[in-house]
Design a protein around this ligand. Structure first.
Ligand SMILES: [Zn+2]
Ligand SMILES: [Zn+2]
Ligand SMILES: [Zn+2]
Ligand SMILES: [Zn+2]
Length: 199
């Protein structure tokens, strides 16, 4: 905790971040003020969503009695604008991380693949005649008669009902759950790509 505080005094937020994370990973009981100081650190690192989480945890644990009560209230205020910007921005996820284009579907949301139903043959066996093209009926004299299957017109095969003979099947991209985008590790500045290029 001393190390983290020293890092904060030097404004070395990256170092403080590392120390706090090690404290959490160690599983040791955390000092009462830790969630607040970590929230301040995360704010400086622009991880606003996570900062709000730790700030809320601090307020939950200490209520009105925390030694950083006023600082916590001030941080709560400072978080309002950046959190609002995240919610309003279409370019980042709810935690403020920039979206990137899905590498599987390249942003198309769907992918085309070989039809699974017909195994990319375009045809399937006719179920009425079991693929023989003929059906049998017993006439009134108990004699078996053969007829051409009317479902497949005697061909024994039908055009695949899933791909309709195209051999391809279009389905929602599994990688991005059909959204066309994935979250990245980059904190969003809420400025569109095109605008960046003109700066
Ligand atoms: Zn995708
Ligand atoms: Zn048939
Ligand atoms: Zn098919
Ligand atoms: Zn954004």
């Amino acid at each position: 905790m001393k190390g983290a505080k020293a890092a904060l005094e030097r404004n070395d937020y990256e170092a403080a971040n590392t120390i706090f994370r090690n404290m959490i990973d160690s599983g040791q009981p955390l000092p009462e003020e830790m969630p607040y100081l970590f929230a301040e650190t995360l704010f400086q690192l622009k991880q606003y969503d996570n900062s709000a989480n730790f700030l809320n945890k601090y307020l939950e644990l200490t209520g009105f009695t925390g030694s950083h009560y006023e600082g916590a209230q001030a941080l709560h205020k400072r978080l309002e604008t950046p959190l609002k910007e995240i919610i309003e921005c279409q370019l980042c996820d709810r935690r403020g991380y920039r979206y990137k284009v899905c590498f599987t579907c390249e942003g198309k949301r769907q992918i085309e693949q070989d039809c699974n139903y017909c195994k990319a043959k375009g045809v399937v066996g006719c179920s009425r005649c079991s693929g023989s093209g003929m059906v049998t009926k017993m006439n009134i004299f108990k004699i078996v008669e053969y007829f051409e299957c009317d479902r497949c017109a005697g061909k024994g095969r039908l055009t695949c009902p899933v791909c309709e003979g195209s051999l391809k099947e279009v389905s929602s991209c599994q990688t991005c759950n059909g959204s066309g985008k994935l979250s990245s590790e980059d904190i969003c500045d809420h400025i569109a790509e095109e605008a960046h290029e003109h700066i």
